[in-house]
Design a protein around this ligand. Sequence first.
Ligand code: 13P
Length: 250
Amino acid sequence: MRKHIVAGNWKMNKDLSETKSLIADLKSQENKGDAEVIIAPTTINLHAAVSALEGSEIHCAAQNMHQQESGAYTGEISAAMLKAVGVNTVILGHSERRAYFHEDDALLAAKVKTALAHKMRVIFCFGEELEDRKAGNHFSVVEAQLKNALFELESDPWLQIVLAYEPVWAIGTGETASPEQAQEMHAFIRKTIASRYNQDLADQITILYGGSVKPANAKEIFSKADVDGGLIGGASLNANDFYAIVNAFA
Ligand code: 13P
């Protein structure tokens, strides 16, 4: 069976003391199901987060990284730097990085390649904008995002990849894709991977849904056959809400 994952993307929220305090709250919660739990605090707090999480089941991810190994890239963070503080998972391709920091498919392909070379696990985000869905282009947009950033890879590195389908119109808007819309797209994603690679590989890939997942709707969304968990924004900033979502798998 595919791995279930619930990951919290904290985005640009929580300073150092707030990070420690939220982690303490998260550690007091009980995971009653089988989902792996991941949190992604801001880069500056990753080191502290990793040590605060020591001995707990919660893993830590970065929200971004640079594609180069090292050098004159002011303000950037390398894969080796993340690994040196104990972070082995990185979120790449988030729609906010695409929209506000102009990250395109070619850049993301380079970032993915670097992360994989460092044996990191990648949570790769993608998803269509509202105009794409209104125009009925959502499947072709998603297919192109996958193809351009990931389909040059051989099969083996795919086992280090988790996909996160996040329709842009559902992020932070309170508007969720319906469970049926999520399932429809996740099945399409799996079919697209199966046609490029094979069914066996496609069946092993964990595909998360992201976009206004809350305690009230998580169970229904996660109950769909091809939805293997969630990438949670707003609701991951509160330990009770986040674990209510984690325990949708209980
Ligand atoms: P919200 O859960 O706040 O809609 O954010 C989703 C998201 O962008 C997770 O990466």
